[in-house]
Design a protein. Structure first.
Length: 542
């Protein structure tokens, strides 16, 4: 494979920049991981030191780089620029560093890396200790000084204007931050408006508004952007520990792999209830009744890849009684199909998926419930703790991609239900996992918006591994590990996500021959025909 999903496979542009930095600042036997800010880099460094099994504790360090580019002369607009941090560590700790990168989702994006590479190559991104406070725009309020290839000068207004024009034209930095700020506001407002009104998809498509469904006090200022969906989950967990204390959390239902890893590795651990059953909620209630305190319950609605919906009413009742937070990942359900905010303290989502659709940009969001018991404390903490690390160019792509996400969701809902119905009717299909057919359908319907569907994700299992292989190979659609793309995408999910723990996954009902399908925008008849041809590869009969 030449490339892969960005949190699992570090993009080649990021690898190139890391190699460039190592060649100038690295020591023999070191590798580097790149992050946007000193605070994120410090968390990575601490994770390596805490997780490493090396004795003595491995030597790690952070090299901070800053940009020399300041404000555009004579106007309110500013040039886009990016600082950067490189965590340097022994090559023996590469697997540990990669865990932090993968689980937290807080690494730099490929677009940021390519931007920084150009700055670094031209001497505009330099190691922090080599630049004086006079020359760095964040360190001085006085006249700006610029240094290029060792020659320092203080440009006149005309020279500075010419320099800025050259930089903009040469590097494509002529994107005024006003547009970036507006793009981020548009994204946050788009999310807020989807959650603000408990309306159905038909209402959204018609741009109607029902003031009676509004959540009082809710607006885009309750929406926070993150570089990835996992970053939203990781930083929500980190924030809750900071304000409520480091108690264990609960992971309820079989989740996407990195959610469980975050709860297990960052903090005191978690109780894992991987079946998402009523009996497990009963066990949790016994623990709470006996006096155990928990930080938060994390769940997906519905879950990936088994598409189960948790009993949010019962979970909310437990949280009210025993005082813990609820964090709901609604990525699979999405804002317009399900309305889960009333049951959550924080709703998190991967905007990389159906919100974007174009599979060319990463993003995540966390949304606070203004009526949640921890709302004021979370908002207060975020005023000092939150860093907007969603790279500006990524925000521009995400805003553009998401303009039509309402109409795309409506079509994907129809297509997915048609595919699920087709697969459900075939005798060689063992089981179809889809909210419409799930035993937890009543819990899903309780939160389903009027007129909405069951989402674009489904999973299917087969009676034999050979059946799974033959039908998967015969399925004439794209194969890959993501979901929520505008084109239909299939993956042998369990083999990709849990290859080293197949028996463990099977214990929670996630079979090794499970195929996950993310349905896209294709014409329904053509899409169904592709699945029919794939099913023809299976022998008839039981």
């Amino acid at each position: 494979m030449k490339t892969g999903y960005p949190r699992f496979f570090i993009h080649k542009s990021i690898q190139k920049l890391a190699s460039t930095i190592l060649s100038s600042f690295g020591q023999p036997g070191e590798e580097a991981m790149l992050f946007p800010t000193p605070s994120v880099a410090a968390r990575c460094r601490q994770f390596i030191k805490a997780t490493s099994r090396t004795t003595p504790v491995p030597s790690t360090r952070v090299v901070e780089f800053v940009s020399k580019i300041g404000k555009r002369n004579g106007g309110d607009g500013r040039l886009i620029r990016s600082d950067l941090c490189a965590v340097m560590y022994p090559a023996s700790e590469a697997k540990v560093a990669k865990q932090f990168w993968q689980h937290t989702g807080d690494g730099v994006s490929s677009r940021r890396a390519e931007f920084c590479q150009r700055e670094f190559d031209e001497g505009l991104l330099v190691e922090k200790s080599t630049i004086s406070t006079e020359s760095h725009p964040r360190m001085s309020k006085g006249p700006k000084r610029y240094s290029h290839r060792g020659m320092q000068f203080k440009p006149s207004a005309k020279e500075e204007e010419g320099l800025n024009m050259f930089v903009e034209e040469r590097f494509g930095r002529n994107l005024d931050l006003e547009f970036v700020d507006s793009a981020k506001l548009a994204i946050r407002r788009r999310i807020a408006q989807s959650l603000e009104i408990n309306m159905g998809l038909r209402d959204a498509l018609g741009s109607s508004k029902d003031d009676g469904g509004m959540i009082e006090g809710f607006a885009e200022n309750a929406v926070y952007l993150h570089p990835t969906g996992m970053s939203a989950i990781f930083n929500t967990h980190r924030l809750l520990m900071a304000i409520l204390g480091p108690n264990k959390s609960v992971c309820y239902g079989f989740p996407y792999i990195d959610t469980l890893k975050i709860l297990e590795k960052f903090g005191p651990g978690c109780h894992f209830y991987g079946h998402g059953s009523s009996e497990e909620l009963g066990d949790l209630e016994q623990k709470l009744e006996s006096g155990e305190r928990i930080l938060a319950l994390f769940c997906e609605f519905p879950s990936n890849p088994l598409l189960k919906a948790p009993d949010l009413q019962r979970i909310k009742a437990l949280a009210d009684k025993y005082d813990f937070a609820i964090v709901i990942d609604e990525t699979v359900g999405n804002f317009l199909n399900v309305h889960v905010l009333p049951y959550a303290d924080v709703v998190v989502s991967s905007l990389t998926k159906i919100f974007s659709g174009d599979s060319n940009v990463m993003g995540g969001s966390s949304v606070l419930n203004p009526k949640g018991r921890y709302y004021k404390r979370l908002r207060e903490a975020l005023t000092t703790d939150y860093e907007d690390n969603h790279w500006c160019e990524d925000a521009l792509f995400l805003e553009r991609n998401s303009r039509d996400f309402v109409s795309r969701i409506e079509r994907i809902n129809r297509n997915a239900e048609a595919v699920a119905d087709l697969l459900k009717s075939h005798p060689r299909i063992k089981q179809v996992y889809y909210p419409k057919y799930s035993p937890t359908k009543p819990f899903y319907d309780n939160c389903r918006c009027p007129g909405a569907g069951y989402g674009g994700l489904l999973s299917v299992t087969f009676y034999t591994a050979q059946d799974a292989i033959e039908s998967f190979d015969a399925l004439e659609i794209c194969k890959g590990p993501s979901l929520g793309t505008n084109f239909t995408l299939a993956s042998p999910y369990t083999l990709l996500a849990h290859y080293g723990e197949l028996d463990w996954a099977a214990g929670y009902g996630v079979e090794d021959n499970l195929v996950r399908v993310s349905v896209g925008l294709e014409e329904t008849g053509e899409l169904l025909e592709k699945f029919r041809r794939a099913l023809e590869a299976l022998p008839s009969g039981e």
